[in-house]
Every structure is written in C-alpha cells, then in structure tokens.
Design a binder for this molecule. Structure first.
Ligand code: GLA
Length: 674
C-alpha cells in the first residue's frame, strides 16, 4: 500500500464532512422518487458549488460493447496497437455487430505530469498523444476510452487523478475521450463516494459525453450507490483471468446484484476473456453466454488483430448479443442451483425469456427446469430457440438439455403452439465412468426423451464410435416415443488394445419423424483412454495425470507453482506437486495401490497472510479426507489415506473462504504406495 500523503491539505477532513451529509440510499428506492428529484436533492446538500448535470439519458442505455487492452497486453501497449485494433474491429465485422469502444487501460501515460500539472501520454509509445489516437479511432466510426485511477497513482505506479479531477477531466474531454475507466489503486484511504463523485462531476462539467466506468473491484458494495453518484458501470469483483475457475468464481459473486442494474447503470463482472489461451472454445462460449445473461459490459480482452473464426463467431453472434443488449436492461439472475448445474434467466423486453443451463462440472450431464418456473404467458407449447445452434423446438413445459462439461445451453423462450416447431427432444449420454481401458468392453447408456406435445415416430439410433472402435446395441428399429416418454439404450463399446492415450470423442444420433417432418437430435461425449496405472510405489510428480486444472499459473512438478523448491512452514521437499487453488489433479490408479502419502500446506513463497485453502483427497468421486483451512506459515499437514481399490484418485485444492489470491498450495511428497 502506498503510504504517500494526500496531495492537498485537510482534504480528508472536509471530504468526511461531505460524506456524512450524503444520503446513501439504494437506487431502487431513488428510482421511484425519480432521478431528477434525486439530483436536485444531492446538489442541495453539497456545500461545493457544482454545475454538474446527470449523465445524458442516451449514454449506456444498453451495456457498453468494445475492447480493452489490459487482459492481453497489460503495459505492453502503444499507439500502433490501438490503431491496428481499431482497424481490426472494423474489418472483422465486430463493429458491425455493435462493438464500439476502443479502451486504453493502464500505462498510456508518461511517468510525470507536464510543467503545468497536466497528465501527458508517454512520448515514446504515444508520440501523437491521446488526441492523435482519438482522431484515428473516431474516423473509423468508433469511440475511444481511457484509464486513470481515483488515487495518486495508477495500479502500475503512474500519475493518476486524485486531487487533479477537474484538470484531468478537461484533458480527457479536450483529447476527445469518450469513456473513462477509473481505478481504485493508491486511493490514500479517501472514501470512495467522494473520490468517484468528484471525477464524475468533473467529467459532466466538461460538457462532453464520457462514459463513467468505476473500477473499485466490488470493495464497497458499489451497486448500492455508484449509479446514484453518476457511474454508468461499476466493477463487482477483483480482476478476471482466463481460467474457468476464475470465471465461475466471478459468476458466483453476481448473485443478488441483478436488482441494481438498469439502463444507464450496469454491474460490471469485468472484461471478457473470450478467445484467450486459458479457455477452451466451449468455455469461451459459456463465459460469453453468462455475461450476456448478466447484461454485462462486453469489453473483449483478446488480440483483435489475430481474431480466429471460432472466437469471432462467438463474439459476433447476433442473437446472443441481443440478449445482452436487450432494451429492457434487466440483469439475469440464478434460478436454480444443484451444485454442478445451474440455471440463469433474463427477462427480455418483448416478453421472451433467455434461459442459460450451465454445467460447471468436469463431465457432461442433463440439466432441466420447467417453463412454469418463469413468468411466461400460459400456452399450449413453448418455443425454445437455441441461440447458438439457431434451431427451434416446441416443449410442453420442460426445458431440458444434455450439456457437456463446462458448457451451456442458451435458449430464448416464448409462448407458442405445438405445430410451430418439432417437439423438444434430448438425447442424454450416461457413461458415468468415462475411463475406457485398452482391451476392455465399456458400456454407455443413452436416453432419448420427448418433451414435446406430439409423438416422435420411426426412431432410429446410431452410434458413431471413435475410429477403429466398435459399438453395438440391441435397438429395435422404427420405435415411437410418445410425449413425456423416453427410451433407454445400452451400447457396448470395445476399446482396441492399441487405442491411443487421451480423449476420444463419439456421437450418438437419433433420427425420427414428427408431424410428418424428418428431423433428429445428436449428442457427443468422450471416452478417455488413461495412461498406464502405477504398479509400485510412485511419486505422482513422476507419473502422468489423467487431467488437471489450476486456478492460476502452471502446475509445478517437484517445485512450487512459481517454480521454487517446495517449502511448507520452513520444511523443504524434493518431491511433490505445486499448484494453486482452485485445482483438481486426477490420476488413473486402476486399484493397483493402497496408500496415498503427502504433506500439504501453503508454500512459503507467499509472504503475506492472504492465502487460505483446503486440501481434499477424492477417490472415485468420494471424499476420502479433507484438511482444515491451511494458511501461511503453518506447519505441513500430513495425509496418509487408504486408497485400496480406487480407480481414479483426485487431489483437490479449494479456496479457504477469502478468494483464491495467493493460494499457492503444495502437495509435498505426494506418493502412492502398494
Ligand atoms: C486493476 C484493474 C484492472 C486493470 C489494472 C491496471 O487491477 O482492476 O482491470 O485496469 O488495474 O493496472
């Protein structure tokens, strides 16, 4: 924490006085009183003269869409990058899809203000100034965003705006800036309402439309007051990273915030990681779907100059974007939660409802919820429009989908009639144990369910096995599945002796006729051929894992997550695994070994008291042992657990309750023994 003094005298005192005058009422209450009335009320209680006017109504009527430099480039930015990104935004079709803001994050400024105290851009990286970049961006029909902090310095230690609000706001307006992301670093302990309000008033006083983006990380229940003070959007959490566990962590922190969003004022769960290396295409699609359900700002954080087709298709999907940009501006909320499976829903302006079925788990599964859980007009059938697949089906009531691991199904739902679309069917695959050992015969069950209003006839099922594999089932041809019924089929699959280690995808398809039309449904899943299991005493750091996830960084073998010698409470270890919460590392043991031995704890490379985790040993899905919360400077906790007969051993590290920051977790020794 920066200990520097406030740049102006007695500021803290006078600011506190303002604050005690300020009515911190929730916006939902104020809304009914009318925004204009509120602004009058506020000005009347402020002792400072201010010509502040409110954010014009047309600003941020829907959540902002654009790009920000931070997630991919951090401080490695310059004028060329910004201009090339603007070019790419136009050429890739992103602009046409609605993306508009090109936002420069931290590190654009020179290390000193000029002799008149004005902020200035780094002369090396931005030789034509922000003005030059703004002109270029505007010529492309786009808008320019910039960054500062409501502190004495930015998070990267560069000059920032606390105590310079008017002067900096004037510079931004003069340069042609359209959006300010205003961070929270080095804030000198000045209360946030005062700091942010000052800048928003200063921006208003310039007379230029500048979007006000408050980046105070959800530290102060911003949702209850930031909109009243003028912010168009406010961060609700710490920083995002490109990992599935971080995206789920941020999602969890959005529960309960929906009521605070409205046109002009948005919760901001942080910028997008869509298309970045730490996420699979499926995870990117889920992340994007969820952010759209949340009516979140859509600021992409990838390199638009190298936009691949898959990522572009995600970011520019019109129907998904329409959910985010829906004019009613209602943020979606969680409607069902069974642990691994969640359902989120967002009411839309035309009476439709967007519903997202999310599978957080590492294996595929079937998720269902009834339409009558939502506020839709009664109808003979409901049309489920899959906005990713752009296909419609008619359901009597159940919304059901077979959703792959870390995947979503995203529907737009409206009342309709049974004849408008083919009946809603689901082809679920249940292969509980997805391990397929070489030479074994595995069995997979499929369940075809008809949730429509009419029967499906002439049902034929087929199994598309991985190349060189064989699958069989005793299915009878020409079957009929009446509404609300399903048929189960068990398939046996011979795994070849020489099958390659790794995931093998297979597909199951049902074709049928419904109301005279031929149609069908198809699902895919994977069978994993595991690496050879250990036969003797084995250090797991010497053994190939089945799968592994980590919340930050890379898993260390015989070293910590930051590649140091494994050290817990002063004790060093030659063998073991260094990871970071949230983490799951699985090994295929085939019941060959009987004990798992480890010393676990936070690695001494963390030198503050922020770390806290739990270690859990899981055998074939059941918890075998779990530690209490482990923190910094604690002695190692010894684990010695019976794993006889266990096929898959999973080493799990979960957050200890205060977020995953600094959670460097060591499984020292980590040996399986006979
Ligand atoms: C903070 C913000 C990030 C980014 C960096 C820049 O961490 O939350 O979004 O702007 O600062 O230093």
């Amino acid at each position: 924490m920066n200990e520097r003094k406030l740049p102006y005298k007695n500021e803290e005192e006078s600011l506190t006085n303002h604050d005690s005058d300020f009515p911190l009422t929730r916006r939902s209450v104020l809304r009914s009183a009318g925004a204009v009335g509120f602004s009058g009320m506020f000005l009347a209680t402020m002792s400072e003269p201010s010509e502040a006017h409110e954010t014009p109504d047309h600003l941020m009527e829907t959540p902002p869409m654009g790009w920000n430099s931070w997630n991919t480039f951090a401080c490695d930015i310059d004028e060329d990058l910004i201009k090339e990104t603007a070019d790419a935004m136009v050429e890739s079709g992103m602009k046409e899809a609605g993306y508009e803001y090109i936002n420069i994050d931290d590190c654009w400024m020179a290390s000193e203000r000029d002799e008149d105290g004005n902020l200035q851009s780094d002369p090396e990286t931005f030789p034509n100034g922000i003005e030059g970049v703004a002109e270029y961006v505007h010529e492309k029909g786009l808008k320019l965003g910039i960054y500062s902090s409501a502190g004495t310095e930015t998070c990267q230690g560069l000059p920032a705006s606390l105590g310079h609000e008017e002067q900096d706001a004037e510079s931004f307006a003069k340069w042609g800036v359209d959006y300010l992301k205003y961070d929270n670093c080095n804030n000198q302990g000045v209360d946030p309402q005062t700091r942010y309000k000052r800048m928003w008033d200063a921006l208003d006083a310039t007379g230029r439309d500048i979007v006000k983006s408050q980046c105070s990380w959800g530290s102060y229940d911003e949702w209850t007051w930031a909109g009243d003070l003028g912010a168009n959007l406010w961060r609700t959490t710490g920083d995002i990273t490109d990992s599935w566990s971080k995206i789920m962590d941020i999602l969890d922190q959005q529960v309960g915030l929906a009521e605070y969003a409205e046109p002009g004022h948005w919760n901001d769960p942080d910028m997008l990681e869509v298309g970045n290396a730490g996420l699979s295409a499926r995870e990117s699609r889920s992340h994007f779907s969820l952010w759209c359900i949340l009516a979140a700002p859509l600021l992409t954080g990838n390199d638009l100059r190298e936009l691949d087709e898959e990522t572009r298709d995600i970011l520019t999907n019109e129907e998904v974007l329409a959910i985010d940009q829906d004019p009613a501006g209602i943020q979606g909320s969680k409607r069902k939660d069974t642990g691994d499976y969640e359902v989120w829903a967002k009411p839309l302006a035309n009476g439709d409802i967007a519903v997202c079925l999310l599978n957080r788990s590492n294996t595929s599964g079937t998720i269902a919820i009834d339409v009558d859980e939502f506020d839709l007009e009664n109808a003979a059938a409901y049309i489920l429009r899959d906005v990713w697949k752009m296909k419609e089906v008619a359901t009597a009531n159940t919304i059901r989908a077979f959703v792959p691991a870390h995947g979503v199904a995203l529907y737009r739902i409206r009342p309709g009639t049974p004849s408008e679309a083919p009946p809603a069917t689901t082809l679920a695959i249940e292969n509980g144990d997805k391990i397929a050992s070489r030479g074994d015969t595995e069995s997979v069950k499929t369940i075809l369910t008809n949730d429509g209003r009419i029967a499906i006839q002439n049902v034929e099922l087929s199994f598309d096995a991985p190349e060189g594999w064989h699958a069989n089932a005793n299915t009878s041809p020409n079957r009929t599945v009446p509404p609300s019924k399903s048929i189960e089929t068990t398939w046996t699959i011979d795994v070849p002796e020489d099958a390659e280690v790794g995931d093998h995808e297979f597909a199951v398809t049902a074709t049928y006729t419904a109301g005279g039309t031929s149609t069908g449904v198809s699902s895919t899943d994977v069978l994993s051929v595991p690496p050879a299991p250990p036969v003797d005493d084995t250090y797991l750091s010497n053994h190939e894992w089945l799968e592994a996830t980590i919340g930050w960084g890379e898993i260390g073998l015989d070293e910590s997550v930051e590649a140091n010698t494994l050290t817990i409470g002063g004790k060093t270890y030659e063998k073991g695994i260094g990871t970071h919460a949230e983490s799951e590392i699985s090994y295929y043991l085939n019941g060959n070994v009987s004990r798992f031995i480890a010393d676990v704890g936070i690695d001494d490379e963390v030198d503050n008291d922020e770390a806290s985790v739990r270690f859990r040993v899981v055998g074939d899905g059941e918890t075998l042992t779990e530690t209490n919360v482990a923190g910094n400077d604690m002695n190692p906790i010894s684990i010695d657990v019976d794993i006889s007969g266990i096929e898959v051993l999973t080493l799990v590290v979960t957050d200890g309750g205060n977020g995953i920051n600094y959670d460097h977790a060591d499984w020292a020794i980590a040996e399986v023994r006979n």
